[in-house]
Write a protein that binds this ligand. Structure first.
Ligand SMILES: C[S@@+](CC[C@H](N)C(=O)[O-])C[C@H]1O[C@@H](n2cnc3c(N)ncnc32)[C@H](O)[C@@H]1O
Length: 401
């Protein structure tokens, strides 16, 4: 079966998919900006893949779900969705972004948002989160420039706990996460406490609006209610999860695994130059897994990225095991050295039973594949310094019959 034969909607769906892949507008709308998850992909591209390859009521799977882009787009288009990720930070963000808050809950969050600015007083005492402090989660936040922000964060987190509801507390923590990322990560000059207060209120208001917009979009879509699940686990062995035991196979897998040879810091923020802090896990109240290699399927300095490709093989094998003959697998991948990494990537996919499909009438590159340029993104790869990795390829596979 060709890609064109798998398309569920009109043939225009494929043209939309190509257009969406090339779209470079900033990520916006719904709950998508609750957190700037590193290497998140374009909601438009995900939506176009969902429209092209699924019907309402089908199941969409994203086994490297990151910040949950796929889950949000599946929800508003009436598709059931399962996301999984090895990072508890990823599943935290995905869960908050896909929670449907009631009017009463949004009202309480609005009230909470109205109190947070006044709750920040860096000269007032604050109860330390001893467990996270002792475990080193506040590493590199005690500098002359950072301690004030750390204290402000602690004070707002205290108010989040007082909401006495795990759903509301998670939302409030996510507001702090977003603002703290803006305030601390990759900054040459840190904002003042007044700036932090102001941004926190702006973010809280925008996120409450985003949650409301998600609910409205689902209502306007008029689809039957869908189920969304988020699992915190590795993709390797995913097919053994109970949730897949009885249900239908996914109609679409749309995902973006860690990129071969490309350094993306999924689990840390960089403060004071390039010092790393695990603070996002503290703010989210989640435990960190391990070092960078844990989140990227292997260190970049292993020979020929052998660890990465071994992990990729195990993961794609599990993805293939979950697919039926109908499933379309769409992957967005960037490479530090595409010349040899892309063929090896495709060979691993082929080994586990995933056959590449080429989109008809795509003439964007001499190889016939759909390449996209990602705006405002500069990867850093070991061997080459700044690389061309802001180019990503969209790969299409189906299961070998
Ligand atoms: C490119 S990001 C996905 C971003 C996502 N598409 C989004 O829009 O936010 C890759 C994700 O793979 C996760 N990951 C890495 N190794 C994994 C593994 N073995 N199993 C599951 N997830 C893994 C990382 O934690 C990271 O969140």
């Amino acid at each position: 079966m060709t890609i064109a034969e798998r398309v569920r909607g009109s043939p225009a769906c494929l043209a939309n998919l190509v257009e969406a892949a090339c779209d470079s507008s900033p990520i916006a709308g719904l709950t998508h900006n609750f957190y700037r998850y590193p290497a998140r992909f374009s909601p438009k591209l995900v939506r176009a893949a969902i429209d092209a390859f699924t019907d309402p009521g089908d199941l969409v799977l994203d086994p490297f779900v990151g910040g949950g882009t796929t889950l949000v787009e599946a929800m508003v288009s009436g598709r059931h969705a399962i996301g999984s990720d090895i990072s508890s930070l990823a599943t935290f963000v995905s869960e908050v972004k896909t929670t449907l808050f009631t009017d009463a809950e949004l009202e309480r969050l609005t009230k909470w948002a109205g109190t947070i600015a006044a709750g920040i007083n860096i000269w007032a005492p604050v109860t330390q989160d001893v467990m996270y402090e002792n475990a080193g989660y506040m590493r590199n936040l005690d500098g002359a420039a950072t301690w004030r922000l750390k204290k402000a964060i602690e004070q707002v987190l205290q108010t989040a706990r007082l909401l006495n509801s795990s759903r509301l507390e998670a939302f409030a923590r996510c507001v702090v996460l977003r603002t703290a990322q803006w305030a601390l990560n990759g900054r040459k000059k840190l904002p003042t406490i007044d700036d932090f207060r102001e941004m926190l209120c702006t973010d809280a208001a925008a996120m409450i609006e985003g949650s409301r917009a998600l609910r409205e979009a689902i209502k306007t879509g008029g689809h039957a209610e869908v189920k969304v699940h988020c699992l915190n686990r590795t993709t390797n062995g995913l097919e053994t999860e109970k949730i897949f035991a009885t249900g239908k196979a996914p109609q679409l897998v749309v995902t973006s695994p860690p990129y071969p040879g490309v350094h993306v810091l999924y689990h840390r923020w960089q403060v004071d130059g390039r010092k790393e802090t695990p603070a996002p896990f503290w703010i989210a109240n989640r435990l960190d897994g391990d070092g960078a290699a844990y989140y990227t399927m292997g260190a970049r300095n292993t020979v020929q990225l052998n660890t990465y490709f071994a992990n990729l093989r195990a993961s794609l094998k599990s993805v293939a095991a979950l697919c039926s003959r109908e499933t379309m697998v769409v992957q967005v991948v960037a490479f530090s050295e595409p010349e040899w990494q892309l063929p090896r990537y495709l060979s691993v996919a082929d080994d586990v039973g995933l056959i590449e499909c080429i989109l008809p009438n795509v003439n964007h590159a001499s190889d016939g594949r759909l390449w996209r340029t990602v705006p405002n993104r500069k990867w850093y790869a070991d061997q080459r310094g700044d690389t061309s990795s802001s180019q990503e390829v969209v790969l299409f596979h189906r299961k070998r019959l």
